[in-house]
Design a protein around this ligand. Sequence first.
Ligand SMILES: NC(=O)c1ccc[n+]([C@@H]2O[C@H](COP(=O)([O-])OP(=O)(O)OC[C@H]3O[C@@H](n4cnc5c(N)ncnc54)[C@H](O)[C@@H]3O)[C@@H](O)[C@H]2O)c1
Length: 383
Amino acid sequence: MSDVVLSNYTELANAKPAEVKKFRVGIIGTGGIAHPHLENYLKMPDVEIVCGADLVPGKAKAFFEEFKLDGVRCYTDYKKMIDNENLDAVSICTYNCTHKECTIYALEHGVNVLLEKPFTVTLEEAVEICKVEKATGKILSIGFQPRFDPDMQMIKKIVESGELGKIYYIQTGGGRRRGIPCSNSKTTFIEKDTAGIGALGDIGCYSLDMVLNALGYPKPLTVTGYVSDYFGKDPETIGEYCASKFGVDDFGAGFIRLEGGIILDFRISWAINIDTPGDTLILGTKGGLRIPSTNCWNGTVGGPMKIYKQTAGNSTETVIPLAPRNPGHNNFYCKVRSFLDAIKTGGPAPVPSSQIIINQAIIDGIKKSSDIGEEIKIEIPEI
Ligand SMILES: NC(=O)c1ccc[n+]([C@@H]2O[C@H](COP(=O)([O-])OP(=O)(O)OC[C@H]3O[C@@H](n4cnc5c(N)ncnc54)[C@H](O)[C@@H]3O)[C@@H](O)[C@H]2O)c1
């Protein structure tokens, strides 16, 4: 991933309008995360935002008005929008439970898709999408903007450099002490019918991606999983109304065997009674890497990383300073830009489903293993 080269920002910004072929883009779901999608599309001269759809009448219109955009056609039915608008691309920013239907409809109608994370709710849904993606040959990229964070990319570079030797054990996860994403006016993250999964899918997918991407996405073999909902169901923690709506997990953990003799020890929380579920540790035969956790998982690393080694019989520690930021290239801009560039070049997708299906299989395995109270095999069908 660190080798994805984006279209030149300055050239794009300076291009004469007549020379620019514009992507016709639509947005499905105009809630919270649609905002940074639109903000970043609007920075790109080769994008024309032609339409948007939201189930809630008037919501898409109000959304585009916030950005003072005129002439953007608004729909409540995303299928009608896709049928009418001859789009090149859509951002799918709907809640998790509708990711599958919206993505499949768009791909089958010739539209390239930037799909928000988590990929889906279950592995079976992810498999269905991947089959349609393969059959249609359209670009599908999954919305993991931390992939473009320079510190995240450094983790991958360190692992790939061989500095740590053979990796045999990883502890990862993190999350929040108190941070269940719900309010009396927004419960789409905590309801079974809209979110489908809780902390596990919402922020767990990022932690898994951080380490699995660094390792080249080894296949998972087995998982012993656990999920709980003690805080989400507790009115004292989140209030009567939210507790009555809570239908997902607020904590998840898994012990996963990966191919190549690697153990992945994972935990994630929206709410726990401890300051942090822990830093990420990547242990290898020649060195260990510590990646400090953040208070609230936000797709960055929580401070300078450290490599621990034995050098000439002494224990040594090397601090990896945090990387400088590039203001023109925030992570979200890069996520959107790399998707459009992949359409231009014919691919591959910057965050491909062939990797994220593995992420989804682990999340799905944790939930299924927890439900039956036993270790299970993870089997990802051939696409
Ligand atoms: N990448 C990130 O940093 C990030 C951050 C927050 C959320 N997300 C993801 O984005 C997705 C949406 O999150 P959000 O915070 O915007 O939620 P939200 O509830 O604020 O917005 C979702 C919108 O989708 C609409 N919608 C749902 N199904 C639809 C359908 N079939 N057709 C048209 N509209 C539909 C809803 O009416 C709602 O307005 C979730 O999957 C979430 O995990 C990603």
